[in-house]
Design a protein around this ligand. Structure first.
Ligand SMILES: Nc1ncnc2c1ncn2[C@@H]1O[C@H](COP(=O)(O)OP(=O)(O)O)[C@@H](O)[C@H]1O
Ligand SMILES: [Mg+2]
Length: 239
């Protein structure tokens, strides 16, 4: 089977600045890979490259074994992307948001399909027909994930998905991500949160100033050691 996500020696220049430098990694089906790095490390740029919004100056990104550059539409149809600030409408309910965005994507869902998706992300029943302006950030995030699930894409790209969430919402979110991965979804998330990355990921890649400078893999049945990754992060950031 084809590898869902692969970056092959990707270098990227944005407005004359080197943003990614010879970055290579791949994410297997059902795997959670966290790209960890400080501000400006190139995390969001990496996701935008997979989405075909940015083109590598050398190297290539592949989705399901196919070069994104060769067929951007095919790549995008395989991935759901949660940007840092999820773009949902405050004046519409969760139901209405999903109906609207699914319609834009050329898809329809019955109300029982919508409810099934909200059940999966544990968005409380009572909130679903309420306007999003009264939602917490965690509830908005759940709505955005429900939308991604309904699009039926096998790959999820998450940009700083837990920033601004309280610790309980973060735990819930991580549990959800793990459930999705164990049901076969491939997940690439980027974050500056060492603890969160170690808590949720099967593998963590450390990105510093556009270079992948470390890689940490969970031992079977264990989580990645936060102290180890924190020390590597801090050391690299200081040097
Ligand atoms: N819209 C943009 N145009 C040009 N350069 C950008 C843009 N956004 C980010 N950059 C540059 O790309 C580098 C990496 O940014 P980004 O990928 O957003 O990092 P991160 O998500 O890790 O904080 C930064 O040095 C930043 O200055
Ligand atoms: Mg970013």
């Amino acid at each position: 089977m084809n590898t869902p996500l692969e970056a092959r020696s990707v270098s990227l220049v944005r407005e004359g600045n080197a943003v990614l430098d010879d970055v290579s990694f791949s994410v297997a089906q059902g795997e959670i890979f966290a790209l960890l790095g400080g501000n400006g490390a190139g995390k969001s740029s990496t996701l935008l490259t997979f989405l075909g919004f940015l083109q590598p100056s050398s190297g290539e990104v592949l989705v399901n074994g196919q070069s994104v550059h060769a067929d951007v539409a095919a790549a995008r149809s395989a991935m759901a992307y949660l940007p840092e600030a999820a773009t949902l409408y405050g004046h519409m309910s969760a139901y209405e948001n999903l109906e609207y965005f699914l319609d834009l994507a050329g898809r329809k869902a019955t109300s029982s399909e919508l409810d099934a998706a909200f059940d999966r992300v544990a968005l409380i029943d009572e909130a679903r027909s309420r306007r999003l302006q009264s939602y917490s950030k965690g509830m908005r995030q759940k709505t955005a994930i429900a939308l991604a699930l309904l699009r039926g894409t096998p790959i999820l790209l998450l940009d700083e998905p837990t920033s601004g969430l309280d610790p309980v919402a973060i735990d819930e979110f991580h549990d959800l991500v793990k459930v999705l991965a164990s049901s076969g979804q491939t997940i690439l998330m980027v974050t500056h949160d060492v603890y969160g990355a170690c808590q949720v990921a099967d593998r963590v890649g450390l990105l510093r100033q556009g270079k992948l400078v470390g890689s940490f893999t969970a031992k079977p049945g264990e989580r990645i050691d936060t102290e180890t990754v924190h020390a590597a992060f801090a050391e690299r950031e200081a040097s």
